[in-house]
Design a protein around this ligand. Structure first.
Ligand code: MTE
Ligand code: CO
Length: 387
């Protein structure tokens, strides 16, 4: 139903002469015809550098986010750090307080793991009803990369944690001095001191030369430009865990230390950033992820949730990584609503927006993980709705 065109075949100009030489861009860059595939921000902020940019999920394929398209979130801009001068100080309740250079850290045993990173503010504007009419702006504080570094447990073994140690303060070297408290159990389980992302050293915007990475936890805790770890008995009650990154509840209280990123999914094609030109066959495609482990199943509805069918999951389905799903669909040209619903290996089912709001009200800016609905109009225009 697609592809038949009545056009004469011609020899294109680029087929008649040799092309660009090697090294036309020593680092490499996308085709000039892909120039629309870029990170985008909502615009200027009162404090320059305290801003975020979003990943163009509507243009991506598979599960890995190209590094140049990984969303950014900075509380005080991007410091340009000389790795020779960078230090990681580890102190507090440890037997041997130590200052590590980058060289010291890179010498230690390393691992590489593929995981998603999601800002807990991702889709935060959906709490009070349908937010932006754009997948990039609603869900684009999300990425999935291969992370390489030293398990934090290795470094903690070097310094020797005292028996009373139960929490670790992680501090960034940016001028925001961003600090978060990390439970020791997470630090010893799977936390990484990361120096490389998708095969290359971290880029400045993602924490060069060193960042913390906590698989499945809210992005804010993966402190970039990491310069200090302090072991203590209790959480340190920093600004980012008492005022910011807490979830306001309808009764005036707030949920604190909501570390886990819950099970979520979204259809990335078609989305409001696209427009369907004609009726006929389309492959619905999207992403599912969970901080709890692996995605078990994704259901897709093409009739606003009246009926659901099981989507195909693209292998490999990795622990706390994005999982790509696909579902064949023939659009008859009538208005409809497309939805996806993720189920994780623990049996948790991604909730409806109404269920989430019933449980937590509408005052939070964080941890909104409801089913996303895209309305397809008869002219092929797609909008963000809640049904
Ligand atoms: N670490 C420091 N030092 N300063 C920051 O502003 N932003 C946090 C976290 N780590 C931040 C930080 C937030 S809110 C998120 S979501 C992630 O970094 C974003 O990581 P990225 O910019 O590499 O995508
Ligand atoms: Co964030």
């Amino acid at each position: 139903t697609t592809g038949a065109r009545a056009e004469p075949l011609t020899v294109a100009p680029w087929s008649k002469t040799p092309g660009e030489p090697v090294l036309w861009h020593p680092y490499g860059q996308p085709s000039p015809y892909e120039k629309n595939v870029v990170r985008r921000s909502r615009g200027a902020t009162p404090i320059p550098g305290a801003n975020s940019s979003m990943t163009p999920l509507q243009n991506l394929h598979g599960i890995i986010t190209p590094t140049g398209l990984v969303f950014e979130r900075h509380h005080a801009g991007i410091p340009q750090i000389d790795p020779e001068q960078h230090r990681l100080a580890v102190h507090g309740l440890v037997a041997r307080p130590t200052i590590f250079t980058m060289e010291d850290l890179v010498r230690l045993p390393s691992v590489s793991r593929i995981h998603f990173l999601e800002c807990s503010g991702n889709t935060g504007r959906e709490w009070k009803g349908p937010g932006t009419a754009s997948l990039q702006f609603s869900h684009g504080l999300l990425s999935c990369c291969e992370w390489t570094g030293v398990p934090l447990s290795v470094v903690l073994e070097e310094v020797g944690i005292k028996p009373e140690g139960a929490w670790i303060l992680a501090e960034g070297a940016d001028s925001a001095s961003m600090t978060r408290s990390i439970p020791l159990s997470k630090a010893l389980d799977d936390a990484l001191l990361v120096y490389a992302q998708n095969g290359e050293r971290l880029r400045p915007e993602h924490g060069y030369p060193l960042r913390l990475f906590l698989p499945g936890f809210e992005g804010n805790m993966s402190v970039k430009w990491l310069r200090r770890l302090k072991v203590g008995r209790e959480p340190f009650m920093t600004r980012e865990e008492t005022s910011k990154y807490t979830d306001s509840m309808p009764d005036g209280t707030a949920r604190q230390f909501t570390f886990l990123m819950e099970t979520k999914s979204v259809i990335t094609f078609p989305a409001p950033d696209h427009r369907l030109k004609e009726k006929g066959f389309y492959e619905i495609s999207g992403l599912a992820w969970t901080g709890r482990g692996r995605i078990k199943r994704v259901d897709v509805s093409t009739d606003g949730g009246r009926s659901w069918s099981v989507a195909q999951l693209q292998e490999p389905v990795l622990d706390r990584a994005l999982t790509r799903f696909r579902f064949p669909w023939r659009w008859d040209g009538a208005p409809t609503v497309l939805q996806s619903r993720a189920v994780d290996e623990t049996g948790y089912v991604q909730p409806k927006a109404t269920q989430l709001v019933e449980a937590r009200g509408v005052e939070s800016n964080y941890h909104f993980n409801a089913i996303q609905s895209w309305r397809v109009a008869s002219d092929g225009v797609i909008t963000n709705v809640q049904v």
